[in-house]
Design a protein around this ligand. Structure first.
Ligand code: ZN
Length: 480
């Protein structure tokens, strides 16, 4: 059978730029995600290279774009896709349809224009293309005598609206049927707010992410204890804890955990002298604040534990200690205040890999002072400033920000697992719990070591079960 064929336009030489094309027959194709390349995958200095933004493949056959979730490395090239002439629908889950316009408004302002009229015209265009599909329901893509194809979204537990994609292809003339599953980014079990993903019933071909394919996360309790320790440190030496975080997903998870810790510590009323009630949690990111509002509004998609907190009258994503900083003037004032006063505070600011955004101003002002802490809670791509701080900070090194050298005396911490990504065990479980295992697995979306480690473990899983499989690590955008 010649079809389907898979073309990987991104997420093959690293974790960003996710974009996979399924050629269903010689005139029909779908795209799964259309993401931006980030970090070292753009250029050595971390700047997005223009050449990696433009869409460099033909769009003639592409009938639909299907989104796993709205992280920028999965949707960031949509403006370029539209600019290249893509005229089809954008299919995604209902929460994603709420979040996507906010993500793309931001991307449009950064990459194209800040002119409000243009932005609005552009957003209307996006809204017209958006087709929200409820989870667990089949949606027909094509229904002809040659090709019947349909798609279904299942909850992936990664960020609000995230889904893995099941694509069913049926070729009536030959009678052949195939189900392809695209994992997108899979959430970790026991992550805050969202329920853990359930494995698909079956797959013939699985395209699976491998961001954390070579490691095991700390469990949630250990993570929370370590987070608590860092907060105690800030309270005791009156410093600031800087948390670079992506505005969607991780930020809301962190807020949720912080609310939990503060709630508990206030109730204990320990004689430690620490003023938990007045520890400000500063969300310095207008974008993250907008996403947090959507998270709050869509509480029907929360897990049981999070809904339980609501029922008890708590508000895990809008609590008393939480302070949002919006305007740029307020941001500058906040950097200044926290740098020059000894007021303990927790600051969450983007972006998550410290390659741009408001976190940069905090880092420039605070990295040289040992009173402060930087806490990494997410993946730092090779070549990003975040990775440099993480790597050279603990040994008293320096980092280059905007071409300037900054000595690192602040304490650097990394807490794994607040990443909303499944670890190796979670990824293996995704396959192992299927009723019918795939005969072909393609490992994408990971550093070389992570992909290889996951591929090896998958091979082992199949071998132990006495089953055969073809495991591939696609190298670049090649037809196979
Ligand atoms: Zn993601």
């Amino acid at each position: 059978m010649r079809y389907p064929t898979l073309i990987h336009h991104g997420a093959v030489n690293g974790v960003t730029g996710s974009c996979h094309q399924v050629q269903m027959d010689d005139a029909h194709a779908v795209l799964i995600d259309c993401g931006l390349f980030q970090g070292a995958e753009t250029s050595p200095d971390g700047q997005a290279a223009a050449g990696r933004l433009a869409i460099d493949f033909p769009l003639k056959d592409i009938k639909a774009l299907i989104l796993t979730h709205v992280h920028i490395d999965h949707v960031g090239r949509i403006p370029y896709l539209l600019a290249a002439g893509y005229a089809g629908p954008i299919l995604c889950s209902e929460p994603s349809a709420r979040l996507l316009p906010i993500v793309l408004e931001d991307a449009f302002k950064l990459g194209f224009s800040r002119d409000q009229k243009q932005v609005e015209r552009y957003l209307r265009l996006i809204e017209e293309r958006l087709v929200a599909i409820p989870y667990k329901q089949w949606f027909t893509l094509t229904d002809s005598a040659q090709l019947k194809s349909r798609v279904r979204l299942q909850r992936a537990g990664h960020i609000l609206g995230s889904a893995y994609i099941e694509l069913d292809l049926h070729y009536p003339t030959s009678g052949e049927k195939k189900r392809l599953v695209f994992s997108g980014d899979l959430g970790a079990p026991y992550a805050p707010i969202l329920p853990a993903p359930k494995s698909p019933y079956k797959a013939d071909v699985l395209v699976i992410e491998s961001t954390y394919g070579d490691c095991q996360h700390e469990d949630r309790r250990t993570r929370r204890q370590r987070l608590e320790k860092v907060l105690e440190h800030a309270l005791s030496n009156r410093g600031t804890v800087l948390i670079p975080a992506f505005s969607i997903g991780r930020t809301q998870e962190l807020l949720y955990e912080l609310e939990g810790i503060i709630h508990q510590r206030r109730q204990k009323a320990s004689g430690s002298g620490m003023d938990w009630a007045n520890l400000p949690i500063i969300l310095d990111s207008p974008l993250a604040s907008r996403f947090t509002r959507v998270y709050r509004e869509l509480d029907q998609f929360w897990d049981a534990e999070a809904r339980e907190r609501l029922k008890k009258g708590r508000n895990p994503l809008a609590f008393a200690n939480l302070l949002s900083v919006d305007s740029h003037a307020a941001h500058e004032a906040m950097v200044n205040r926290l740098t020059h006063t000894a007021q303990p505070a927790i600051v969450i600011a983007g972006n998550g890999m410290c390659s741009s955004g408001r976190i940069i101003n905090y880092l420039k002002a605070m990295l040289g002072d040992e009173r402060h802490d930087v806490l990494f809670v997410g993946y730092q791509a090779e070549g990003s400033p975040g990775r440099q701080i993480q790597r050279f900070g603990p040994q008293g090194g320096y980092v280059l920000l905007d071409g300037q050298r900054y000595e690192i005396r602040a304490q650097i911490h990394t807490i794994g697992g607040y990443s909303a990504h499944a670890d190796q065990k979670g990824l293996l479980g995704f396959v192992a719990r299927m009723r019918h295992w795939p005969q072909e697995v393609r490992v994408v979306h990971g550093d070389a070591g992570a992909k290889q480690a996951l591929a090896n473990q998958l091979g082992e899983l199949y071998r132990k079960a006495g089953r055969s499989v073809a495991i591939k690590i696609p190298e670049s955008a090649v037809h196979e």
